[in-house]
Ligand binder design. Structure first.
Ligand code: AKG
Length: 288
């Protein structure tokens, strides 16, 4: 697996993707430049959705959120079998999960596959990226005394050495709503990258107490914030979240990774159903 990743990163998949990017670099506006530069220095960038997208897109995203919350809360009350959850991660209900057909009539998919987002991801990754995963999540509140499990615990994402996730909070998120948390400087290339370093199939979930004795958890960023908070993050660095205890957390998320990513080689969460004529070459490359 390690050899395959390295071969795809150096030669098979990423080389042509880097060339495509270098051949025609996008021009970023000031907000996009700030995001890329903060991702470079800190591994994350925090802003408001309205800094990147116009008001009407926020209204459309909120309408998508309302439909998802209604559907989820009905299923939670009457038919839990209908909930889209993954085994071992039942605390996150997904609007789409995997094997779904999506087109630009899905607001979050349209935003995630827009040049506004792709130009940020591609500049940060230095190549034409793949849009690997697009979804809305509803994190079901857990009992206060429950143990943190799965992505509620500190971990590095296994997918790629450098990847970019976007999270848009669709409800206000406080300490009881399972805020996303991040250890700055833990992404590859940062001062803490040698703690259980990122490797294909590396030890991505070290024991939390050992990790916290190596990297001071007081330095972790806890991203509470009002709805409309938008966070970009290289989740090859240590992060955790979704441990909601008082209110459900609802957010939209998207993952951008290199074509060599361990997930995009084998998996894509959706099949794009629109016509490829609707998309410019950068977006077509990302979604197909
Ligand atoms: O739900 C969260 O805040 C954590 C998400 C996470 O671990 C991930 O997307 O990799």
């Amino acid at each position: 697996m390690r050899a395959t990743y390295s071969l795809h990163d150096r030669v098979l998949s990423n080389r042509s993707s880097r060339r495509r990017f270098a051949h025609d670099r996008p021009t970023l506006d000031a907000v996009q430049q700030r995001i890329v530069s903060e991702l470079e220095s800190d591994g994350y960038s925090l802003l408001q959705f309205s800094e990147l997208f116009p008001e009407e897109t926020w209204e459309a995203l909120q309408a998508q959120e309302r439909r998802f919350v209604e559907e989820t809360e009905t299923a939670l009350a009457t038919n839990r079998e209908a909930l889209r959850v993954h085994a071992g991660k039942e605390f996150v209900v997904r609007q789409h999960s995997y094997d779904v057909e999506l087109g630009t009539d899905d607001t979050w998919f349209a935003l995630s596959s827009s040049r506004r987002m792709l130009d940020i991801a591609n500049t940060y990754l230095g190549l034409w990226s793949k849009l690997e995963y697009v979804d809305l999540w509803y994190s079901v509140p857990q009992p206060l005394e429950a143990d943190r499990v799965s992505s509620q615990r500190w971990h590095r994402d296994f997918n790629d050495r450098r990847l970019m996730k976007a999270f848009v909070y669709l409800v206000d998120v406080d300490e009881g709503t399972g805020p996303f948390q991040y250890m700055p400087g833990s992404a590859p290339g940062g001062p803490h990258d040698d703690a259980w370093p990122w490797r294909p199939l590396g030890e991505n979930y070290p024991p939390e107490s050992e990790l916290e004795s190596r990297i001071d958890p007081n330095g972790a960023r806890i991203f509470t914030g009002p709805k409309g908070t938008l966070l970009f993050c290289n989740t090859a660095g240590f992060h955790r979240g979704g441990f909601a205890t008082s209110k459900p957390r609802v957010l939209a998320t998207a993952t951008y990774s290199s074509p060599a990513s361990l997930a995009s080689l084998s998996d894509r969460s959706y099949t794009y159903t629109g016509s490829s004529d609707e998309l410019d070459p950068v977006a077509r490359f990302a979604v197909t």
